[in-house]
Design a protein around this ligand. Structure first.
Ligand code: SF4
Length: 254
């Protein structure tokens, strides 16, 4: 099921990227034809610069497309290209979100695929990390809505009753000696990260918060895991504990 969803996300992401590449190409072509047919005399130099810009942009995006296909197909890209690829994907993502708004395309598949590519980059580039330097950040909607205990700010307030995934995450964190924080939003997440200063982050959130978080955190690898929302957004959400464990194991190199 997850694989089907991922290949759907990939296809939407790649289609949108192709639309942007085609738009760049046709803009360059259109300008060339206008100049060739002497329709535009003024601003000739400016137009030539723009043509170069669009052609260079098209080539750059085609290279990016090839790297995306390579990383999703083989799980790897040449090591020396990783920093450029990471910067490029973080640069193009907001443009794709803007395009998806204009074209009225649902944004969640784009966000999910962006987070998936980010995870692959983290797997390729991050070093081995000690367990005490790993921080898991989860949203407070993971907590059972009827629970009276305030776990944001102090996870030890959880009574481990087993009614929600906070308990299961705590078990996992105890067994790996990893820190867990439940946060109410981006501001608290930023504060927790600043205070704790981890070397590796595992973020659990919805597509939108996950992509914002990945773009927001600078200099620390973030593995993003999408939460499940069986009761709709922001209420009694849950997370695949195996995915979280996989991410911990990746950082620990186990
Ligand atoms: S596991 Fe913890 S957070 Fe979840 S309902 Fe029980 S006491 Fe509350």
């Amino acid at each position: 099921m997850r694989n089907i969803m991922l290949s759907k996300d990939k296809s939407i992401f790649l289609k949108l990227l192709n639309i942007i590449i085609l738009a760049m190409f046709f803009l360059a072509l259109g300008l060339i034809l206008l100049i060739k047919n002497n329709v535009l005399h003024l601003y000739l130099i400016l137009l030539i610069i723009m043509i170069f810009f669009f052609i260079a942009g098209t080539i750059y995006l085609l290279g990016l497309l090839a790297l995306i296909i390579s990383i999703t197909k083989n799980g790897t890209i040449p090591r020396f290209l990783i920093p450029i690829f990471e910067k490029s994907i973080k640069f193009i993502y907001p443009i794709m979100i803007m395009f998806s708004s204009i074209l009225k395309i649902h944004k969640d598949p784009i966000r999910r695929f962006f987070s998936e590519i980010n995870n692959k980059i983290v797997v390729l580039k991050s070093d081995k990390i000690n367990s005490e330097d790993i921080l898991i950040v989860t949203p407070h909607c993971l907590q059972k809505s009827s629970c009276k205990h305030k776990v944001t700010g102090d996870i030890d307030n959880c009574k481990r009753c087993g009614a929600c995934d906070v308990d299961r995450l705590l078990r996992l964190c105890t067994s790996y000696n990893v820190k867990l924080e439940v946060v109410t939003g981006g501001t608290l997440a930023r504060k927790v990260i600043k205070d704790y200063n981890p070397k590796g982050i595992i973020a659990v959130a919805c597509e939108r918060d996950l992509s914002h978080g990945i773009l927001d955190v600078k200099g620390i690898p973030v593995i993003g895991i999408k939460n499940e929302r069986p009761e709709g957004p922001c209420r009694n959400t849950c997370v695949d504990i195996r995915e979280v464990e996989k991410a911990i194991k990746h950082y620990l190199r186990r």
